[in-house]
Design a protein around this ligand. Structure first.
Ligand code: C2E
Ligand code: CA
Ligand code: CA
Length: 328
């Protein structure tokens, strides 16, 4: 049973997470035992807190791997190992890419190209997402400038913003500084945030989104449909686009539940005046279903994988970023 305390009229709960290591199996001296129980305690916290975990040698290996990855990630930014790929967002009205999503990659000196699924969580947990996010935004703006200087008609770049970045008090200030320094207008940026970021601190969020909108920045809700399904926030916020998560697109048109969800998202988003982008479109059948049900913007391997800037430029040179270039 959890005890609770009444302090200043508020009910506060305290829970404990306990890590246990056993002598002599887990260690023969106090320092080893303490280290191992500490590792086990972190596992207890990670598994929902308020419970206990016994140390297992496997945990030590994971802790070591995590530590070496953390050190490597800290150096990655300094050593220029992070890079950006760009994936076209295609609009069938007009028949070309009207945006690119910026996706982070890590060129690890030993392990090769690492995808964000392997390191974004760690970057968030260690706070490194803040300097990485700022670097990414500056780099994206510099890329816009570079493409403009080469004469390309650059569409908006969509940048993923993690909850930790979004909740920073100085997020708008930081973005304004980067835009000023690089000479790029906010009209060239979309920020992708997830639903869960929108349900906390509603008044503060309304203000932030309003300030971003005044800068010309658009807001996209990422992984739409996977979050809290509290739809009332959609009305209150300055949001332009929702992105249907690729988990719903994967099995259409065969899966009746997914098609029902997609139909519902499209109807609702359009009623609210939101644009919709379907993510993870990999084949013609998925595309045909989405088009038939009123979706006009798409992203996925069917059109193009995320590519480095130089590859994007090659495609651009052929026939502009038209659908024909993308599918051929
Ligand atoms: P996301 O925002 O949902 O990004 C789309 C992901 O779907 C990308 O994976 C992209 O490569 C992948 N994708 C695109 N088209 C297809 C397709 O047709 N089929 C399949 N199976 N996958 C497709 P990626 O680049 O590995 O990124 C994974 C996630 O990591 C992103 O999901 C996003 O949440 C996060 N992420 C990526 N870059 C950043 C970043 O700069 N900052 C933050 N905070 N998160 C990022
Ligand atoms: Ca995204
Ligand atoms: Ca997504």
């Amino acid at each position: 049973m959890q005890l609770h305390f009444l302090i200043d009229g508020k009910e506060l709960h305290i829970s404990g997470s306990i890590g246990i290591s056993l002598f002599p199996n887990d260690g023969e001296d106090i320092w080893t035992l303490l280290r191992d129980s500490d590792i086990a305690m972190y596992h207890a916290k990670k598994n929902g807190r308020n419970n206990c975990e016994f140390f297992k040698p496997e945990m030590n290996r994971q802790a070591k791997e995590r530590h070496s990855m953390e050190v490597a990630l800290r150096n990655a930014l300094k050593r220029g190992e992070l890079l950006l790929h760009y994936q076209p967002i295609v609009n069938i009205n007009g028949g070309k890419a009207d945006g690119f999503e910026v996706l982070l990659r890590w060129q690890h000196p030993d392990d090769g190209l690492i995808y964000p699924i392997k390191f974004i969580r760690l970057a968030e947990e260690t706070g490194m997402i803040i300097p990485i996010g700022e670097w990414l935004m500056r780099q994206s703006c510099l890329q816009i400038k570079a493409w403009q200087n080469q004469g390309y008609e650059v569409p908006r770049l969509a940048i993923n913003l993690s909850a930790i970045q979004f909740r920073q008090k100085i997020i708008v200030e930081n973005i304004v500084r980067i835009l000023d320094k690089t000479g790029v207008k906010g009209h060239y940026l979309t920020l992708e945030i997830t639903e869960s970021e929108l349900i906390e601190n509603v008044e503060e969020t309304i203000k932030t989104l309003q300030q971003l909108s005044e800068l010309g920045i658009e807001i996209s809700i990422d992984d739409f449909g996977t979050g809290y399904s509290n739809l009332s926030f959609l009305k209150r916020y300055q949001i332009n686009t929702s992105k249907i998560d690729r988990s719903f697109v994967r099995d259409i048109p065969g899966d009746p539940e997914d098609t029902a969800i997609i139909d519902a998202i499209l109807v609702m988003a359009h009623a609210l005046g939101l644009e919709v982008i379907a993510e993870g479109v990999e084949n013609e059948q998925q595309l045909a279903y989405l088009v038939l049900h009123g979706c006009t913007r798409f992203q996925g391997f069917y059109f193009s994988e995320p590519l480095p800037a130089t590859e994007i430029e090659k495609k651009w040179k052929i026939r502009g970023y038209s659908l024909l270039t993308l599918i051929s």
